[in-house]
Design a protein around this ligand. Structure first.
Ligand code: ATP
Ligand code: FE2
Length: 315
C-alpha cells in the first residue's frame, strides 16, 4: 500500500511517498525567517509557493491514500497542507487521512529504530512531552508547563544574536566549554518548564561568556527533560526510551539519554536525524498504519485541529 504524506504544521513544507517496504521520497523545504521567530503568514506564504515543487518531487507513482498533518500546529500553515491534501485525494480518487503530528514523530521513530513500546521524549519547537503507551493508547505523562524546549533554545539564541533555528548554534557554543553557572531548574513530577531558565540566562548576557550561557542552558534544560523521562520509564516499567523532535538532533541531549538508559539497563533509540525534525515520511508512516485499519477521514471531518493533543490516540 502506497501512501503520500504531506507535512505543513510550522516551518517545513514536506512531501513523501512510502509503502511497507520503502521510503521512496522525503522532500522538504524549510521557511527561514530573516529575523525573529516564525511569522505565521510568511511561513504559510512559503508553503504555498513551494507546495507544487515539493509535491511534484515527493509524489512517486500510483498512490492508495493521501495523509496530511491535521494538527497541532500554526493554523495558517496547517491550512496549506490540508487544502493540498484534499485536492490531491480528489484528483487521484483515493481516501484522505488526517494525522496527528506528534504521534507521527513517534511512529517514524518506531519504524526507523528497534523501539517497540518505548516511552518517548518528544522535544521540538512547538511541543515538549513525555509520552507513554497504556492500553494501546498514547498518554502524555509529562510535559512543559510553559514554552517548548525548542522555542526556549531559539529565544536564548536570538537574545545572543544568532539566527533561527537557535538549537544548533547553542550546541556549537556549548561544545567550546565545560564551565557552567548553577541555576535553578524546575522539574515537578514528570513536568518541566523552561521560561525561568531562559529569563535567568538572558540576564547574564554580556556579563558571562556566550559559551558558558549556552552550556549552562544545555546542562540544565536538557537534563531536566531526561530526569522526567527516567521517572516516566520507572513508572511505566519500560526499558525503552525514544528521543524525537527537532531538539533530538542535539548530541549532548543524546548523550544524556544514553547515560541514563545505561544506568537503568534500558535501550535508548534515536531515529536518523532527517526523521527527527519535521518531515513528511512520518506523516505517511502514520497514514499507512491508519489506512491498514481503514481509518480514513471524510472531507467534512478534515478541518485542521490547531491544538490536537496526542492524548488517548490509539497506537
Ligand atoms: P513541532 O511541530 O513538532 O513542534 P517544530 O515545528 O518545532 O516541530 P522541529 O523540526 O521538530 O520542528 O524542531 C525544530 C526545533 O529543533 C527548533 O527549535 C530548533 O532550534 C531545534 N533544533 C534543531 N537542531 C537542534 C540541535 N542540534 N540542538 C538543539 N535544538 C535543535
Ligand atoms: Fe514536529
Amino acid at each position: 500500500m502506497k501512501i503520500l504524506g504531506l507535512e505543513s504544521t510550522a516551518h517545513t513544507f514536506a512531501a513523501s511517498t512510502i509503502d511497507e517496504e520503502q521510503i521512496y521520497t522525503n522532500e522538504k523545504s524549510m521557511y527561514q525567517p530573516e529575523e525573529g521567530g516564525i511569522h505565521p503568514r510568511k511561513a504559510a506564504e512559503h508553503h504555498y509557493q513551494k507546495a507544487h515543487e515539493i509535491i511534484s518531487k515527493g509524489l512517486e507513482g500510483e498512490i492508495d491514500a493521501v495523509a496530511f498533518s491535521q494538527g497541532p500546529g500554526i493554523p495558517q500553515c496547517l491550512d496549506i497542507g490540508a487544502v493540498a491534501a484534499r485536492t490531491l485525494a480528489q484528483k487521484h480518487d483515493v481516501p484522505l487521512i488526517g494525522v496527528n503530528h506528534c504521534v507521527a514523530h513517534i511512529e517514524i521513530g518506531k519504524r526507523t529504530t528497534d523501539a517497540e513500546r518505548p516511552v518517548t521524549l518528544y522535544l521540538s519547537g512547538g511541543n515538549s512531552q513525555v509520552i507513554a503507551e497504556k492500553n494501546s493508547q498514547y498518554r502524555i505523562v509529562g510535559e512543559t508547563l510553559d514554552i517548548a524546549l525548542g522555542n526556549a533554545v531559539d529565544k536564548l539564541a536570538r537574545k545572543l544574536g544568532y539566527p533561527h533555528p537557535g538549537g544548533p548554534e547553542i550546541e556549537k557554543l556549548a561544545e567550546q566549554t565545560d564551565e557552567i553557572i548553577e541555576i535553578a531548574y524546575p522539574v515537578k513530577g514528570m513536568d518541566f518548564s523552561f521560561s525561568g531558565i531562559v529569563t535567568e540566562l538572558e540576564k547574564k548576557v554580556g556579563q558571562v561568556e556566550d559559551e558558558v550561557i549556552a552550556n549552562t542552558f544545555q546542562e540544565h534544560a536538557y537534563a531536566s527533560t531526561v530526569e522526567a523521562l527516567e521517572r516516566a520509564m520507572a513508572q511505566a516499567d519500560s526499558n525503552e526510551a525514544l528521543l524525537t523532535g527537532g531538539v533530538a538532533m542535539n548530541n549532548r541531549l543524546r548523550e544524556m539519554v544514553e547515560a541514563m538508559c545505561e544506568q537503568r539497563n534500558a535501550n535508548a533509540y534515536f531515529p536518523p536525524k532527517q526523521y527527527c525534525m519535521d518531515n513528511a515520511a512520518m506523516i505517511a508512516e502514520r497514514g499507512l498504519k491508519k489506512a491498514k485499519r481503514k481509518q480514513f477521514t471524510d472531507l467534512k471531518n478534515s478541518e485542521i485541529k490547531q491544538n490536537w493533543r496526542p492524548e488517548g490516540i490509539k497506537v
